[in-house]
Design a protein around this ligand. Structure first.
Ligand code: GLY
Length: 566
């Protein structure tokens, strides 16, 4: 007995020693991939200054808030998934926006009881209490090594000196310009002279530089108290919004245990609620695990995956919301037995109509997109996968005067009315109903996939399709491919309702579409691509790093660098 205990203890020590040695053995180089080259440069600048991945993540986030205002910002929120190599520790920093204290379940309903879409997405009433600045401060103070002022310096410089308009900024502004014009002071920042700027024109944001400077100097209080908070609250209230100084004082970042699951020998560390992404990805992988996906025809593979997607999105609508407000049956949703039960209803020859998968019509909700993602890894092997958002492009399209901060329209990610699909066709139920201080359900799915041979850090924007894009990226990684491949995969998607497989142009051949239609699927070919995936990969066997950005937009910046810390 004593011998056995000694042997077990020796094994444990050996395992621990191996784990520490393995964890301490980083790639030597660093890799950063974000939606904008200037934001990637900001991350590299901080790494070269001696910062770690977490420092760099703050710098990249703040820089994106300046140079990609259509996708994220100081007025928005996000999820930062951190992995620390020294002790193999992972955490999700939840900087999701919250509903103001004065929010009510029916605040977006009109007199006939329908959803007033304009109030739900345009202007100050659409804004949740921002979480991004509090998350930057939290990450810097808890996990970083450099002062916040250093981490925000590149963003402040970019706000002051300006950045050049690119095709993505221009395209998304074209979509939102008519709303922005309602508030001339807002339009003046993003549309100098009242026009959508030409590619290459410079956008300067001096008020945003001052706001970021206040944050750099005073930390959290530089944004959530004092002059900046007062200007934000005054501007929002003057245009019909609900924010108060108490809402700002009450805002808290939450550290959440990531969702962990495994697939074909790889460990997945992914987003926890209030993201729906991690649970849905885990569920879909569990459902498809027994199938030989790579040995099937492409049409059969799309069929099996679409059926898994359909079932996971049904459960997303039924069960998921802010875990601080609703009980989420995570254990059940991720269990092998539950997946096996769902699999018994999956036929290889027939699509299952969504109407045959029960959903409680008392509980429908919603949510949406534009958003950004970055992935990075430092020379020690610390990793960050972060997806950030203001929701629709340029958020609510309103900036409280004197702040430079675009208000998000994240309140539209709540279920404004049970069963009512949102702009992205997503449905939800009471788990995601509006309540004061509650976080709205999200699809943002920052993910890290850890294997003995290779590790992937990936994610993407794309509203309801984020989850399925990340799923396809994970499967492609596990099939042996690198980030150049994951970020440029042709995409297909099913989200339970509407009951259709939507595909990017040219994602499937005519014959493949026909084969899916023969099984009973409706296949809808969209007229544009979606997402903007950014990934990095560490090949632990060769020691090499790879980084890639989605080629569908050419503004991204993906680099592998030898860090020469100064
Ligand atoms: N606003 C997009 C999301 O959180 O999923």
């Amino acid at each position: 007995m004593f011998r056995r205990t000694r042997f077990a203890f020796a094994c444990l020590l050996l395992t621990l020693a191996c784990a520490v040695a393995w964890a301490a053995d980083g790639p030597g180089k660093a890799a950063v991939s974000s939606a904008h080259e200037l934001a990637t440069d900001a991350g590299v600048e901080i790494l070269e200054k001696g910062g770690n991945a977490f420092d760099a993540a703050v710098a990249v986030s703040a820089a994106l808030a300046v140079v990609e205002p259509e996708s994220s910002g100081a007025g928005g929120g996000g999820f930062w998934l951190l992995h620390r190599a020294s002790d193999d520790f992972s955490v999700m920093v939840d900087g999701r926006e919250t509903a103001p204290a004065a929010a009510t379940e029916d605040m977006y309903l009109d007199e006939e009881g329908g959803v007033d879409r304009d109030r739900a997405i345009n202007g100050a009433l659409a804004g949740g209490i921002p979480g991004a600045p509090a998350a930057w401060v939290h990450i810097a103070e808890t996990y970083g090594t450099l002062p916040l002022s250093d981490l925000l310096a590149p963003a402040i410089r970019l706000a002051e000196e300006g950045f050049p308009v690119d095709a993505k900024y221009q395209a998304l502004l074209n979509w939102r310009a008519h709303v922005m014009k309602r508030w001339p002071e807002t339009a003046a920042i993003f549309m100098p002279g009242g026009e959508v700027p030409a590619i290459g024109d410079t956008i300067r944001q001096p008020d945003l530089a001052d706001t970021l400077r206040a944050l750099a100097e005073k930390g959290r209080d530089g944004f959530y108290a004092g002059e900046v908070a007062r200007k934000l609250v005054d501007g929002v209230q003057a245009t019909g919004g609900l924010w108060t100084l108490e809402d700002f004082a009450d805002y808290e970042v939450v550290e959440r245990e990531p969702v962990r699951t495994s697939y074909r020998g790889y460990e997945l560390v992914t987003a926890a609620p209030p993201s729906s992404g991690g649970i849905a990805i885990g569920q879909m992988l569990e459902i498809v695990e027994p199938f030989d996906l790579t040995g099937m025809s492409r049409a059969d593979r799309v069929h099996v995956l679409a059926e898994a997607m359909r079932r996971a999105y049904r459960d997303r609508a039924l069960y998921l919301g802010d875990p601080d407000f609703v009980d989420i049956p995570t254990g059940m949703l991720l269990s092998e037995n539950y997946a096996a039960g769902l699999r018994t209803t999956l036929r290889l020859d027939r699509a299952t109509p969504s109407s045959m998968l029960a959903a409680d019509p008392d509980r429908l909700g919603k949510e949406s997109s534009d958003t950004t993602h970055f992935s990075l890894i430092d020379s020690q092997g610390n990793m960050v996968s972060a997806t950030l958002t203001v929701n629709l492009p340029f958020g609510a399209a309103y900036v409280p005067p004197g702040t430079g901060v675009l208000v998000n329209n994240e309140m539209d990610d709540f279920s404004a009315k049970p069963g009512e699909p949102n702009a992205y066709g997503l449905i939800g139920f009471s788990a995601n109903a509006i309540e004061p201080h509650k976080r709205m359900l999200s699809s943002m799915s920052p993910t890290i996939v850890i294997g003995d041979d290779r590790t992937a850090v990936l994610g993407t924007p794309g509203g309801s399709r984020i989850i399925t894009m990340v799923l396809l990226g994970i499967l492609d990684f596990i099939d042996g491919n690198g980030p150049e491949s994951w970020v440029s995969l042709p995409r297909f998607h099913h989200q339970y309702l509407p009951d259709e497989i939507s595909i990017e142009p040219d994602a499937l051949s005519d014959a493949e579409i026909e084969a899916l239609e023969e099984k009973g699927h409706t296949v809808t070919v969209r007229n544009r691509t979606w997402g903007n995936m950014h990934g990095v990969m560490w090949n632990r066997e060769t020691g090499e790093l790879e980084a890639a950005h989605d080629p569908r937009w050419n503004s991204g910046g993906a680099v592998v660098v030898d860090i020469d810390a100064k």
